[in-house]
Design a protein around this ligand. Structure first.
Ligand SMILES: Cc1ncc(COP(=O)(O)O)c(C=O)c1O
Length: 445
């Protein structure tokens, strides 16, 4: 299926963009052109779901190639660093361009006439994807912004504490430091496991739960660690915290905040599956939404425990609206988030999970066989997602990345101490690209 065919199918099946652009008179010609193409596409082409492998019911390799073609990624490179920043797939790219055209044509009218409705659509698309309610979702610029807004806004007393792990990201740690300075509450860091090569779900949960004290008010966790690729069993931790909370007053309840950026767009989980209190993520990495976008989800049971920091410009939307920072923004990026959520839904969340896990399993299993490689990411699907971290004898992580770059492979190093080399396959990668990468690493022995 060609780039255009899939793209029109996305519009056809979801019917959002055509409707959006019909809302101002200046774009009625364009809108009818899109509608015409939508009609053509729906009458002439089979849906991608029908183009599955008839034996497995999974997308055929052709479809994965079509999905790859939706990205304008330089074909001269194997792109294995998508966890840093996304390339926009075609529907997102197109929506940004269309909105930009409208904004440049008449910014005041276009924003006045469309902003509330388009932001409501983003919140609805996110809610559909997360299987939750739109008023539980705030729209942010990044994981960093969402995490800072929750930590800053949390109701905490001087005699209470915030508990984090040494493996959480810098943005979480720094937000906790700021909050501790401002509130007088304390901040404590633990090691959630002894050794990444022997870590288990049980060890992570037990270590954390044993560290909880009567004064613990906030617990933070990172769903998938960008330092090692370890996936944290969020639900198991949430269940244990819920038991502790059963005996606590509302103002003493432990609130569980998850930085979910490297799980969102990878793992097939709803917010009910995770059952944390607050979830923050940039949508500009694995989810492929426009750069400079992100979300916060708040569990209804805990919304009253956090208040806004930045005044909103959103009139409604409940808690999610109130928590959405105001100010005029690159609205074309914010509004085009809808297409990213829909892009994932159209491919299928479980298919995306399977694909990313199968590519990263392939990488890990082969790397684990190489005597000059130390693999840090657990092999088990329960303890890993799409991030693969390793060291290579005789090379620093930076040198590994440089060697791979010489061979047109894009990798990254982890920004932690100790640092490792890191590969992060996405749905735009193929098993043959993984093979090529493994061959180069093998030859670096
Ligand atoms: C675990 C984790 N959280 C947050 C971030 C920062 O994300 P954002 O750019 O959305 O703030 C990163 C960086 O990639 C990260 O690895």
């Amino acid at each position: 299926m060609s780039w255009k065919r899939r793209n029109f199918l996305i519009f056809a099946s979801l019917g959002t963009t055509a409707g959006i652009f019909a809302s101002t008179s200046s774009c009625s010609n364009q809108s009818s052109a899109i509608n015409q193409e939508v009609e053509d596409s729906s009458s002439n082409f089979a849906s991608p779901v029908e183009e599955t492998n008839s034996l497995t019911g999974k997308p055929s390799s052709d479809e994965w190639q079509d999905i790859r073609n939706d990205f304008n990624l330089d074909p001269n490179y194997i792109h294995l660093a998508g966890l840093l920043l996304t390339s926009h797939p075609a529907p997102v790219h197109q929506a940004i361009e269309e909105y930009q055209r409208e904004l440049n044509s008449n910014p005041a009218f276009y924003v006045q006439d469309n902003n509330y409705q388009l932001q409501a659509q983003v919140r609805q698309a996110a809610a559909n994807y997360l299987k939750t309610q739109p008023n539980e979702i705030a729209l942010t610029d990044s994981t960093t912004m969402g995490t800072a807004l929750i930590i800053n806004g949390i109701k905490i007393r001087q005699d209470q504490e915030m508990l984090t792990s040494e493996f959480d990201y810098y943005s979480t740690h720094q937000s906790l430091r700021y909050k501790a300075e401002r509130s007088g509450a304390s901040y404590r860091e633990i090691s959630s496991y002894q050794n990444i090569q022997t870590v288990s779900e049980e060890e992570i949960v037990n270590t954390l739960i044993k560290s909880v004290r009567p004064e613990t008010r906030l617990v933070t966790a990172t769903w998938v660690h960008s330092s090692t690729g370890l996936k944290v069993p969020i639900r198991l931790i949430a269940d244990q915290l819920e038991e502790i909370n059963a005996n606590r007053d509302q103002s003493d309840r432990i609130l569980f905040l998850v930085d979910g950026v490297h799980g969102l767009g990878v793992e097939d989980a709803s917010m009910a599956d995770l059952n944390c209190d607050f979830f923050t993520a940039g949508t500009h990495k694995w989810l492929f939404a426009p750069r400079g976008t992100g979300i916060i989800w708040g569990n209804p049971r805990s919304l009253s425990e956090v208040s806004p920091t930045i005044p909103t410009f959103t009139q409604d939307g409940g808690w999610g609206g109130q928590m959405t920072p105001g100010g005029f923004k690159p609205f074309e990026h914010l509004w085009a988030m809808t297409e990213a959520f829909n892009f994932h839904q159209q491919i299928g969340k479980s298919r995306i999970t399977e694909r990313i896990h199968s590519l990263s399993q392939h990488l890990k299993e082969e790397l684990a066989q190489m005597s000059h490689v130390t693999l840090y990411t657990p092999i088990s699907d329960n303890l890993s997602a799409g991030i693969v971290c390793f060291d290579l004898d005789g090379f620093s992580p930076r040198q590994v990345v440089q060697q791979l770059r010489k061979n047109n492979i894009v990798a990254s190093t982890t920004p932690y101490n100790p640092s490792h080399a890191r590969l992060t396959p996405g749905i735009y990668n193929t098993h043959s690209e993984v093979e090529t990468t493994l061959k180069i690493i093998h030859e670096l022995a």
